[in-house]
Design a protein around this ligand. Structure first.
Ligand code: DAV
Length: 392
């Protein structure tokens, strides 16, 4: 019986290679090599509707006022120290850590019809999708992330030379047509309203919107997705549509991956979705951490799994979170089916993880959180032991 308590429904073929330079099938197999992001040169994105839609409503003004300027240097320095602490913890746990190369994110660039400056190299999870022996550059919907893979290119070339499959989705054009210029927040449920257990039909009866629980800022003009809108559970990949991932992007990935994988699109209740990794977080086979506000009904594919509702976040109210909700407390990094990296001051999450049988490893990360992510966002798994297993 594996530590997660669940038996796989199919196993990797006996001929399975275990020495590939890039190999990852799940969020929980034993982690051997990881890229940890950097905050050097981090700048706020230029103002754009695509940034407004997923942003917390109370931060839109801040984002607008600071557009295309550097993040406060003292916040960058404090977050960089926390990233170095994370690296030291990972290395002490036996994980090989790689880092990207800093870039000047204020250098303007563009394509026909638009210009932009960059963002940062802090969140490799969004940028690179590692699935099986492949490392894929994502077609990201934010213009400020058009060259987001540049800092990782030295590593991508190295992995390719060592035998990895290195690919890129069709390069998006990001014209105005990709963005719904008539978008407003009025049709989205507010975060307060998503805290009900009502079925969409009940809401419709009550005069509220039914059907899609959010109105995406992006259209279906071309495929776009961020890797962080997908979680890997062996041969099954769970995806959400969001303000950066459209149905076209999910379909492109589904067809690209072919028959070895099944991509399941789930419907959650997030008024401003951008990335699934503070909503549904599989910690081990048979153990699913869920956001109790966004997941009133667990997707059917997880039938039979232990459902672990995340404790409410305890990030102080005055702590700046420019780009995300407080549910970053769920954005954990599993080193295997027992060891989990968790924020040092998050006592409720540490206690919950212990009560569920995990071994939490605390790391200070509050300053990094201000940049829009936590441990899962800040990393991308390059190698986890284990092969293409089915768990559903
Ligand atoms: O507020 O749910 C968390 C993940 C960001 N990469 C949120 C976003």
């Amino acid at each position: 019986m594996p530590p997660g308590g669940q038996e796989p429904t199919s196993r990797a073929p006996a001929s399975w290679r275990t020495d590939a330079p890039v190999s990852c099938y799940t969020e929980w197999d034993p982690l051997e090599e990881v890229i940890v992001g950097i905050v050097d040169g981090a700048v706020f994105p230029p103002w754009h509707l695509s940034v407004e839609a997923p942003a917390p409503p109370d931060q839109r003004r801040v984002l607008r006022d600071n557009a295309a300027t550097p993040f406060p240097p003292e916040r960058v320095a404090a977050a960089a120290r926390e990233l170095d602490t994370l690296v030291a913890i990972l290395e002490a746990e036996g994980v090989r850590v790689r880092r990207p190369e800093p870039r000047d994110h204020l250098r303007p660039y563009g394509a026909p019809g638009w210009t932009s400056t960059g963002l940062y190299d802090a969140m490799p999870r969004d940028v690179l999708f590692v699935i099986g022996d492949e490392i894929l550059e994502c077609p990201m919907a934010w213009r400020s992330r058009y060259y987001a893979t540049s800092s990782f290119r030295p590593l991508l070339k190295e992995y390719f030379r060592a035998g990895a499959r290195w690919t890129s989705a069709p390069r998006p054009e990001l014209p105005d047509d990709l963005y719904d210029q008539t978008w407003t927040d009025d049709e989205a449920w507010t975060d307060e309203e998503t805290r009900t257990d009502d079925e969409p039909a009940d809401r419709a009866a009550a005069g509220g919107p039914s059907g899609p629980r959010f109105r995406s800022i992006i259209t279906e003009f071309e495929p776009t997705f961020d890797a962080a809108d997908f979680v890997r559970c062996g041969r099954d990949i769970v995806a959400q549509r969001s303000n950066v991932t459209n149905a076209f992007g999910i379909e492109w990935l589904r067809r690209h991956l072919g028959e070895e994988f099944r991509v399941h699109v789930v419907d959650v209740e997030d008024a401003h979705p951008m990335h699934i990794d503070a909503t549904l977080v599989p910690l081990a086979p048979g153990k699913l951490l869920i956001n109790p506000e966004r997941v009133p009904r667990v997707p059917a594919i997880f039938k039979g799994w232990d459902i672990l509702p995340a404790p409410r976040p305890v990030i102080p109210a005055d702590h700046p979170l420019y780009l995300t909700s407080k549910w970053l407390n769920m954005n954990l990094l599993s080193l295997d089916t027992e060891r989990v990296i968790v924020e040092r001051d998050d006592a409720p999450m540490i206690a919950a993880l212990k009560s569920w049988g995990f071994t939490p490893i605390p790391c200070p990360f509050r300053n990094f959180n201000s940049f829009g992510g936590s441990f899962h966002c800040a990393t991308v798994d390059i190698r986890r032991r284990g092969g293409p297993v089915s768990w559903f």
